[in-house]
Ligand binder design. Sequence first.
Ligand code: ATP
Ligand code: MG
Length: 722
Amino acid sequence: MDISYILDDLNPIQREAVTEELPYSLVLAGAGSGKTKVITHKVAWLCKVKEINPLSLMTVTFTNKAAKEMRGRIESILGEQLNQMWCGTFHGLFHRMLKMHWEEAGLVKSFTILDGDDQNRVIKRVIKKMNLDEATWQPRQTQWFINKQKDEGRRIAKLPNKATYVEEKMADIYLEYQKTCEEEGVIDFAEILLRCHEMLTKNPNLLNHYQKRFQHILVDEFQDTNEIQYLLLKQLVGNEGQMTVVGDDDQSIYSWRGAKSSNINRFINDFKGVKTLKLEQNYRSTTNILSAANAVIRNNPERLGKELWTEKEEGELVKIYRAFNERDEAKFIVDIIKSWMDEGRSLSECAIIYRSNAQSRILEDSILRAELPYRIYGGVRFYERLEIKNALAYAKLALDQNNDTAFERIINVPTRGIGAKTMDQIREAAREENSSLYVAAQNFANSSGPKIANSLKIFFELVEKLSESAEKKEIEGFFEELLDNTDLKKFHGKEPGEKGRSRVENLEELISAAAGFFSIGEDADDERSQLEMFLDQASLDAGENQAKENEDAIQMMTLHSSKGLEYSVVFVAGCEEGLFPHKRSTEDPKQLAEERRLCYVGMTRAMERLYLTYAEVRNVYGVDGFSPASRFLKEIPDEFKYEIRMASENISKSKSFSPKIVGGTDHKVGGFALGDRVGHPSFGEGVILNYEGDGSNARVQVNFDQEGTKWLVLSFAKLNKI
Ligand code: ATP
Ligand code: MG
């Protein structure tokens, strides 16, 4: 058999990693050195040369997008579709395992996943039920505490010496919360992994089955595994399994979620005879980009230490743009993207990456105005949108009337006269009868006044009807019926303006999402219906189907979700002290180091061009703040970077910078330039930050020393230049 195609485009060390016969191997290497490539080619090698059944492999990574790409790459090397192969994210794969063994896991068959938002609601409810004060026991903090325990593999009984009163109380809430989840048949994200680990520990036969089944486990982005993930992997590999892990300690960016890059050393210690390989050639980025990224990460202490080199051309310098404010920053990015398109290149080659989700709105705004398509990964995701969650709650209730979380969400959405008071009574009744809210509401309807009884009756009929259609129809038809019968479109469409319109569009988009849904990877033992799978997938990968998959669009994402991906042009926006590195991290060397790794991840996504932008003034929650440029920008040696001057400044060198864009960012209005110092008869002195409109409509935004920022119409305001 000619298998040369599997090895042909690998370098000697990659080849060694792929063909390694020893049971445990580790590839430790920097960004863009082909780690993911090793994983995909190794899967192909194992299937074709070692003749291992693809179903006997488990390939794990972190994001759904990465998993999808990985599966795609493997299928294209092998030239066949491998729907049944266990290739996915930790949560996706182990959720499937739970679905197949719900009984052993002590779950109800119809259990559903709580996403972060739902989890928060349940916690709120629990806190209320325990008669605790929400101000003291903040649901968000409690949620964080609970998830942390689970990520660490801890149940309440095993909390580390319940030191503080606060922790003890939180542990009580954890206990109560867990009880509620069990009763309602729901599990949160962290629970998926913990529950699986416990299930396998308690069921040696099942564990044995999976240890035998998975002959080889391959893990990408290993540096970001947390405790429970590590325990699960170790458990499944057992004594006879084989395991290949690849990772980069410089790209460990999830320690705040319990990731431990020390798992790399732990792996070497726990498994005897680990073969370690290092890859040092970067195939992704130009020399300038790579040198800049190397220079930044070199400032971190305690690295495992590796240096990357590339054969690629020098390329353009890394461009730094100092914007006046976030709007100017967004405009600059859009202008560059437009000129990129003028070169005949595509939008999907461009990624805008940012530290915090909140940054995306202004960016989106500018992109929308320029009428360019874009897709957001992570952030306010499609399936996290209010209207979508409401629609999905109806679907969940149709499948399982005992889903209290779904019931609570939509009992009065659209409004049907079931107010907070009635809801309290129903809750009370449910507690007394020890029943679900749905059942309690049915009983309640019999004893309540005619108005409430009637609207509840209509509600029950609706749910029953949907329940029938869930059984009979294809999911697309089911969602059509759901939207036709629930009045959700009318309800959400009532919101004024664009918002209402977009909510209705989103609801319609749900039908397309259902139509385009096919579950990746079916397993014969997986008995879920299409609708169940769809709902589970929606909670799991919230949003990754949001836009039309194949449309050429600008890619937008947080630094965290950019891991593993690559783009021709990358913008890292918001490179300011306080934002990036994040202000919470600047005091703590450990956290600062993590921010720097995040910067390294962001920079190394770029293949050809890299832009790092920052705004002198940024409006955060309605207040203008001034921040200096991020220290990371200063860490890039001058020889690799080029600072783009604003139009009002003198442009000295423009070797690698298109002057057209400078023309596009003309900051002069009515004789004033952005940054000019001006005086006003009543507000005193200040600096011009922004402008909009022209002629008699021109307005400027001035940050006054005493009065703060104000928008003024130029033709009225008696401004004079100082
Ligand atoms: P990251 O750390 O960012 O996840 P990585 O180490 O996983 O990066 P890959 O994504 O596997 O790197 O590879 C980076 C790019 O380099 C890809 O476009 C890949 O196809 C290419 N590449 C990897 N190895 C080689 C090689 N031997 N020859 C040519 N191109 C390669
Ligand atoms: Mg990778």
